[in-house]
Design a protein around this ligand. Structure first.
Ligand code: NAP
Ligand code: GDD
Length: 345
């Protein structure tokens, strides 16, 4: 049985990757952070299903805690390490640049050093990002395109991307970069734009929210489904030689289009509900991202299976169900009616 070690297992991709690997007969080991509230809600179902058989095993750690990452990997002796952990919100990285970049940079060095020094051949996956391209041109972006980071988040990711290549080339280690374009799901964090929209549509449809306030409606993203993208991560780790691959859909849509489609699902006109506010604008915006996944298609046989329309429908339908449950709690005075959370970004 193969063993995988995952940082960031409690995140969106952590859930989908863990599920996929367990279905493929892996034993999964993942790091969680100590938090004053429970932070495992995405993987609670997997924990109750698989932890008693030791197919899923969790440990406290942090990207900044080099010693715990190193001793965990030495103890577990995984076959594959997936570095998914990050402060992954671009707007927040402008507010917390030191933390956002130091976690991305220190974390990757700690992990690569163990991969370099451990006796066993351990494969390493780095969660690189389309954000590294900077989104200046409207061209389709591939593995050869120029990296022009526009945020502290992206600068940290460029560092980690380069270190992954450096360890691959210098020490002949199996280190890969998955350069993933935006991927979403019903489990997407609620402060990313797609989920912020689908949550609002669910609530507005259930009469527990009246408006949705966003920032730049003219930004374009190449949005796919996270469940499809974790398959690509795994395929990269099974390839006969390590390399870097772009995962994307090859289609791009604006935030405005996402809004229109999402409100259409419940038969509402988005223009009656969506407002904009400067506070959601970023100091430096990535205007346009469009990916070219042809290398992944040719070499890995990977293709996204979920259309943009289906992705939006799935997210809105899931959030309508969530809002229905919230409404019952509100009607019974067990929850306060929703207002915009002041920490929303
Ligand atoms: P996510 O939902 O924000 O999850 C991030 C994970 O990292 C969470 O488990 C989080 O733990 C953990 N984490 C944050 N700071 C940490 C620290 N200092 N030490 C240890 N763990 C820490 O992100 P995602 O969407 O699943 O994305 C996974 C990775 O892919 C990230 O590296 C992201 O930057 C990258 N990426 C994402 C996309 C995308 O569109 N989703 C595209 C390209 C690249 P808590 O649960 O405790 O917060
Ligand atoms: N979050 C957010 N909130 N974004 C908004 C809003 C809003 O109210 N209004 C407009 N936007 C715009 C942002 O300015 C950006 O251009 C676009 O919507 C997408 O923003 P996010 O959903 O926050 O994602 P992101 O593209 O910045 O970053 C995500 O994708 C990257 C891959 O390209 C994250 O998952 C990163 O971790 C990932 O690397």
């Amino acid at each position: 049985m193969k063993k995988a070690f995952i940082t960031g297992i409690t995140g969106q991709d952590g859930y989908y990757l863990t599920k996929l690997l367990i279905e493929k007969d892996y034993e999964v080991h993942g790091t969680i952070r100590r938090s004053s509230t429970f932070n495992t809600s995405r993987i609670d179902g997997l924990i109750s299903q698989y932890s008693s058989d030791k197919l899923l095993n969790l440990y406290y750690s942090d990207l900044l805690d080099s010693s715990s990452l190193s001793s965990l990997i030495q103890k577990i002796q995984p076959d594959e390490v997936y570095n998914l952990a990050a402060q992954s919100h671009v707007a927040v990285s402008f507010k917390n640049p030191y933390y956002s970049t130091s976690t991305s940079t220190a974390g990757v060095i700690s992990l690569l050093e163990v991969v370099k020094n451990i006796e066993k051949d351990v494969k390493f996956y780095q969660a690189s990002s389309s954000e590294m391209y900077g989104g200046v041109s409207t061209d389709s972006l591939n593995e050869e395109s120029l990296l022009e980071p526009k945020s502290p988040y992206a600068a940290g990711k460029v560092f980690a991307y380069n270190m992954t290549k450096i360890y691959r080339e210098s020490y002949k280690k199996f280190c890969v970069n998955g350069i993933l374009f935006n991927h979403e799901s019903p489990l997407r964090g609620e402060t990313f734009v797609t989920r912020k929209i689908s949550r609002a549509v669910g609530r507005i449809h259930n009469n527990i929210q009246s408006k949705l306030t966003l920032g730049n409606l003219e930004a374009f993203r190449d949005w796919g489904f996270a469940g499809d993208y974790v398959e690509g991560m795994w395929l990269m780790m099974q390839h006969d030689k390590p390399d870097d691959w772009v995962l994307a859909t090859g289609e791009t849509h604006s935030v405005k289009e996402f809004c229109k489609l999402a409100f259409d699902v419940v038969g509402l006109d988005w223009e009656n509900y969506v407002l904009t506010d400067e506070k959601y604008q970023r100091p430096n915006e990535v205007n346009h991202l469009l990916g070219d996944p042809s290398k992944a298609k040719k070499e890995l046989g990977w293709e996204p299976k979920t259309s943009f329309k289906k992705l939006v429908e799935n997210m809105v339908e899931s959030d309508c169900k969530l809002a229905e449950r919230e409404k019952v709690l509100i009607d019974n005075n067990l929850l306060k009616p929703s207002w915009e959370n002041p920490t929303t970004t």
